[in-house]
Design a protein around this ligand. Structure first.
Ligand SMILES: C[S@@+](CC[C@H](N)C(=O)[O-])C[C@H]1O[C@@H](n2cnc3c(N)ncnc32)[C@H](O)[C@@H]1O
Length: 246
């Protein structure tokens, strides 16, 4: 589709079919997004093929060379990437590895990163679970962000929700002690599920002393999906948990 750009279903033939937390979303790629994909993907893009371990220092290399020891935060499901770019601009000393399957959003984030001179953003294409499980080393991440994951409101689809015990166990192995796991959702029943699953995990401690939700932190910009939820009158909940030493 885009010569040298992201490929469709990069891990499809190498990994067993699992219940996916996303739906394939084609979406229309604008000329600007297509141009960004063609030009910037070879430099800043990564297909999640599940085949090799990533050296994060190399992945975030700049013209000045690799950046070993750079703290790296994974964001799963960045959508159009506006919030991702803003958070990356506010924190240039942290690498942001942003994963999604949404091609227009990948192009949009690449274009935003270039326009704003962000050399700390890398865009991963494919299933972030395969990225975590097969491609990231244990204790390699300094943070994980999951903002407005697909709520899958129908009961028969609940198994597709990202935040559940198995995923949290996997995330715990990839996060180093002290790393923050930050989730946000505008779907009340999913917020309750997140709080229940995270509170039950021995690997994480709630950053809120009362064991509840975190007041919306001002460092998290409004996301596109959040804006739509607020417009519908939804309440938004943030949850910030810290990876402990266990
Ligand atoms: C509801 S959207 C929210 C996007 C954005 N965070 C926002 O708030 O506007 C959820 C996004 O997560 C992505 N997603 C869901 N599961 C994923 C997975 N396992 N790996 C990568 N992306 C995923 C979807 O493709 C979708 O773009």
């Amino acid at each position: 589709m885009f010569p040298g750009g992201p490929v469709a279903d990069p891990a499809g033939s190498h990994h067993e079919r699992r219940i996916r937390s996303f739906r394939p979303r084609r979406g229309r790629v604008t000329p600007g997004q297509g141009e960004a994909l063609r030009r910037l993907w070879p430099q800043w893009g990564l297909d999640i093929d599940g085949l090799s371990r990533i050296d994060l220092g190399e992945l975030f290399a700049t013209a000045a060379g690799p950046r070993p020891g750079l703290p790296v935060v994974l964001e799963i499901g960045f959508g159009m990437g506006e919030a991702t770019a803003q958070m990356a601009a506010a924190d240039p000393g942290t690498g942001i590895l942003a994963a999604d399957v949404h091609t227009p959003g990948q192009g949009n984030l690449l274009a935003l990163a270039e326009r704003n001179g962000l050399d700390n953003v890398r865009v991963a294409n494919g299933d972030a679970i395969i990225l975590l499980r097969e491609m990231l080393a244990p204790a390699s991440l300094s943070g994980l962000r999951v903002f407005f994951p697909d709520p899958w409101p129908k009961k028969r689809h609940h198994k597709r929700r990202l935040i559940q015990p198995e995923f949290i166990e996997l995330a715990a192995t990839r996060l180093r002690p002290g790393a923050l796991l930050h989730c946000a959702t505008d779907w009340e029943p999913y917020a309750e599920q997140m709080l229940e699953v995270l509170s039950a995990s021995p690997a994480f401690d709630n950053s809120q002393a009362d064991g509840g939700y975190t007041p919306r932190p001002d460092f998290r910009p409004l996301t596109k999906f959040e804006g739509q939820g607020l417009h519908k009158g939804h309440l938004v909940h943030d949850l910030i948990f810290r990876r402990n030493d266990t």
